[in-house]
Design a protein around this ligand. Structure first.
Ligand code: ADP
Length: 438
């Protein structure tokens, strides 16, 4: 890099010296040796003064901050200063560009949602990003240059690091937070440098567990009625002629009930899946809120068949902006739960209120109620407080999951208040954007 400026300096020194010697030689040839010596002497003194001045300027300039303009010098030395100045300028620019790019790379690595740790050859930590600190409970201020196996002591990790076969990632639990599952992958780069990448897969694992539970639940829910139907049919096939007609009708009626139950389960599963995959409910469909609530009230009376005292409260009408089909399904779901979980003689209130704060549909009963500990889980698919009672009353365990989806798709929320043995109040609240007052 610095070769050309050096050549310039050499030339800057050599040319005046050669010129002086040449002049002196010429003078010596024509005027005699004393005069030549005197000329050489004067020439050298002149050259020395010029060199000393230029070198002093060079040293003074070199001490200035990088980027200070070169001193204005005439002739060859001017080129020396200009050339050195350009070189420095270009080098500075390249350095600035490189360090800006390095800074950007570091910023990107710092912001990565995955953990990144660079390891030195002795497995000591050279660099790590904040996510790696979080994943492994490390501290950048203390742990840099500490060998990683001293900090992450799980045997499976130490074995993975030592095995030097990183084709597959390692799945491990975080030591401090047992609910956190990490996927760790070692990557070898630039010869024998290594980098540890870590990813929090707890959420994925939870989803996978939910999927497994769901499949197990659906299979279980379908198997029970299918076994019953299968059992009845086998009994009838074996002894159709031996059973009185009334018994045959009873068996077939029971089998038909089970088949209705399976049908309802499948329909609710399909509804749930459509709700989960669909876009938020349209706002251009207008639903007469009071009419819908009155419909739910009449359905409740029909379902109760006189076993409960059902009342209707309407505080303001208004229009709900959303899907009629979905809202009807959610309103009747809550109402039918009140009938199913309220013993005969109980009270059920179906109500609607609309004002500037939005709208609220509620169903209150004085039935069996729910222990508040169960409330946060009620909207999970297949979650039931009392499995037996739910089945007896024809429940699938999917009703509240469907209601929750529907209210969320209308930007509302489901509120549940309940006390064991005292009854419950389920309310769907809609924001003002979903309610148009008359
Ligand atoms: P299910 O088909 O079992 O009724 P849901 O999803 O509709 O399923 O309700 C989930 C659970 O919440 C029910 O199994 C029941 O234990 C409880 N539950 C729902 N509504 C009421 C209510 N009004 N009173 C008491 N418990 C209720």
């Amino acid at each position: 890099m610095i070769q050309r400026p050096l050549t310039y300096v050499t030339l800057g020194v050599a040319i005046p010296v050669v010129a002086v010697v040449a002049l002196a030689a010429l003078a010596g040839l024509y005027r005699g040796s004393d005069a030549a010596l005197a000329l050489i002497f004067v020439g050298f003194v002149g050259v020395a003064i010029m060199l000393a001045r230029n070198l002093r300027l060079l040293v003074a300039w070199a001490r200035q901050p990088i980027g200070t303009p070169a001193p204005q010098v005439e002739g060859l030395w001017g080129s020396v200063f200009a050339e050195i100045g350009h070189r420095f300028q270009r080098e500075c620019e390249v350095k600035e560009r490189l360090s800006a790019e390095l800074g950007r790379f570091q910023q990107a690595a710092m912001a990565m949602p995955d953990g990144v740790i660079y390891l030195a050859e002795d497995d000591a930590i050279e660099w790590m990003n904040p996510m790696a600190e979080q994943h492994f409970d490390l501290d950048r201020r203390k742990d840099l240059r500490t060998p990683l196996p001293n900090l992450i002591r799980q045997p499976e990790f130490i074995a993975y690091l030592a095995a030097r076969d990183y084709a597959e990632p390692l799945v491990m639990r975080s030591l401090r937070r047992r609910d956190r599952t990490l996927q760790v992958q070692l990557i070898v780069f630039a010869g024998n440098r290594r980098m540890v990448l870590s990813r929090d897969i707890s959420q994925l694992e939870r989803l996978e567990n939910m999927r497994r539970d769901f499949v197990a639940n659906v299979s279980h829910e379908l198997r029970t009625p299918l076994t019953v139907v299968g059992g009845f049919l086998e009994t009838l096939i074996d002894g159709l002629d031996d059973f009185p007609r009334a018994d045959v009708i009873t068996y077939l009626t029971l089998a038909s009930e089970q088949s209705t139950r399976m049908q309802r389960l499948i329909e609710e599963l399909l509804t749930l899946s459509a709700l989960e995959t669909g876009a938020p409910a349209q706002v251009d469909e207008t639903v007469d809120a009071a009419a819908l609530v009155e419909e739910a009230f009449r359905d409740t009376e029909l379902l109760s068949a006189g076993r409960h005292e059902v009342s209707l409260v309407l505080e303001g009408g208004g229009v709900l902006l959303g899907s009629h089909k979905e809202l009807h399904s959610a309103f009747s779901n809550l109402a039918s739960n009140a009938v199913r979980y309220t013993p005969a003689g109980g009270h059920i209130e179906i109500g609607w209120r609309a004002d500037e704060q939005g709208g609220e549909y509620w169903v209150r009963d004085d039935g069996i109620g729910i222990d508040p500990a169960h409330i946060p889980r009620l909207t999970e698919r297949f979650y039931r407080v009392d499995r037996g009672r739910s089945r007896e009353t024809g429940g699938t365990g999917l009703g509240l999951a469907i209601v929750k989806h529907i209210v969320t798709r209308h930007q509302g929320e489901l509120r549940v208040e309940s006390q064991l043995g005292e009854g419950s109040r389920f309310a769907m609240r809609f924001p003002p954007a979903r309610v148009r007052l008359d």
